[in-house]
Design a protein around this ligand. Structure first.
Ligand code: SAM
Length: 424
């Protein structure tokens, strides 16, 4: 009761000082379980809404403002806050800019630049969303299901009347439209990735971005992911298409109905035309001819369907059948980028098919990733880039521990691969 009262008072004081967006007990991303007692948002000099002020409250005979310093420093580091206060037994203390000393004040200063901005920072918006998802997950746990089995429902993704986020604490934070989309998809993917088996559901954004980059000049027309999971590969390709202002349409299919629904919900607010369906891609009339394919079929399971590969042999491994499926969907000149188990390049049983691929298609690149790079599995992985075009030389690389830097936009391996693939 006393705690509730304290919270109400804190909110009232901050509101009285001119702050409209206030979060109590704000979780600090990356800072274990630490929560800031209150964070108030305000406009910065550019008119963006940013976490502006943080309050750390302490009670007790021996409590001093200095005891709040570690938390205030953590908040500044993670949120970039500008004003820092310690609230000690109901008395306000304002920290100096360098967070070394405090002066006794009557209460928090009003926002320097007003509070009518719109949140423009993807990381802050993502963490507000994550917080909301955790909040919903623990509510769901109260009703029975385990948190690690919980998937966000449409309700949580529900559109607000204005572009913004309804936070876990019930505040409405106005968010720039494009930032909202980025934050929503990042938070949902990160949420789907939680837990040791996360990678089985969704591929980490760093890999999704690398896959999208490897599409290079082929990112046009219809982009397909026949094993789309939460749609991460499609969203990364969408980010790239937005950079070029390319008119691109995105199509995904996913056998797991819950995941397909999640991808569909994310896609509904995407800035480009997106169609996601639930279904088995090996038994589907739905898949369109594609100008570009990005995909990560499941790692490991044996093929349950009868699937005859393009070279006439039967498929046993699901990843071989998946590559084969992609090749069938590619329009002439189009490109597929597939994340596959490393065994695709080494298994003896696939030698015949690999030779067929090298002869009848352009295997543009094979980039090996070390064990552990793909979350949820300890298998080595490989990025296969194949064009429906005349056969030619293959760019081959085996990456080590610095694989994610190598595959970044400025990474040496990425640039060498693209130079080879597209002659850039
Ligand atoms: C490695 S995950 C893809 C993750 C996705 N790239 C992401 O980031 O969310 C492989 C996905 O293929 C799906 N899948 C398995 N068999 C399928 C099939 N026959 N048709 C369509 N999807 C299938 C699985 O349910 C799983 O979500």
């Amino acid at each position: 009761m006393a705690k509730e009262q304290g919270r109400t008072d804190l909110r009232a004081v901050l509101q009285g000082a001119g702050y409209r967006v206030i979060e109590l007990e704000r979780k600090l991303a990356g800072a274990s379980n630490h929560r800031a007692d209150a964070v108030a948002y305000a406009s910065n000099a550019d008119g963006d809404l940013v976490p502006w002020l943080v309050v750390e409250a302490k009670r007790g005979k021996t409590a001093t403002p200095e005891m709040a310093l570690p938390q205030l420093l953590t908040a500044r580091e993670h949120l970039g806050t500008v004003e820092h206060y310690a609230l000690i037994n109901g008395e306000w203390f304002r920290a100096d800019r360098s967070l070394r000393s405090f002066e006794r004040v009557d209460g928090p200063l009003p926002p320097t630049h007003g509070d009518y901005g719109v949140l423009a920072d993807v990381a802050t918006a993502t963490s507000l969303y994550m917080d909301r998802l955790w909040f919903e997950a623990s509510k769901a746990r109260g009703n029975g299901p385990r948190v690690d089995l919980f998937f966000p429902s449409a309700k949580i993704l529900e559109e607000t009347a204005r572009p913004g986020i309804q936070t876990a604490g019930g505040e409405f934070v106005p968010v720039r439209d494009d930032v909202l989309w980025q934050a929503r998809r990042r938070a949902l993917s990160a949420f789907a990735l939680r837990g040791p088996q996360g990678g089985a559901h969704t591929t980490a954004p760093v890999i999704a971005d690398a896959v999208a980059r490897l599409l290079g000049s082929k990112l046009v027309g219809t982009v397909l992911d026949p094993f789309c999971g939460t749609g991460n590969f499609l969203w990364s390709a969408m980010d790239r298409a937005a950079e070029f202002d390319a008119p691109v349409e995105f199509v995904g299919q996913e056998i797991n109905v819950e995941l397909a629904e999640l991808a569909e919900q994310i896609g509904r607010t995407a800035p480009m035309l997106t169609t996601i369906t639930a279904g088995d891609s090996f038994a589907s009339d739905f898949l369109p001819a594609a100008d570009a394919i990005v995909t990560a079929p499941p790692f490991g399971p044996q093929m349950r369907h009868d699937w005859t590969l393009l070279d006439g042999s039967p498929a046993r491994e699901i990843e071989t059948a998946a590559v084969d499926l992609c090749l069938r969907q590619l329009r002439p000149g189009a490109r597929a980028v597939c994340l596959l188990p490393g065994g695709f390049t080494s298994k003896k049983s696939l030698e015949f098919y690999r030779r067929f691929l090298a002869r009848d298609f352009r295997v543009g690149a094979l980039i090996g990733l070390p064990a552990g790079a793909v979350e949820g599995t300890n298998l080595r992985a490989v990025l296969l880039v194949v064009d429906r075009a005349e056969s030619g030389e293959t760019f081959v690389a085996q990456l080590g521990d610095d694989w994610s830097a190598q595959l970044s936009a400025t990474g040496a391996a990425m640039n060498a691969a693209l130079a080879h693939l597209d002659g850039e």
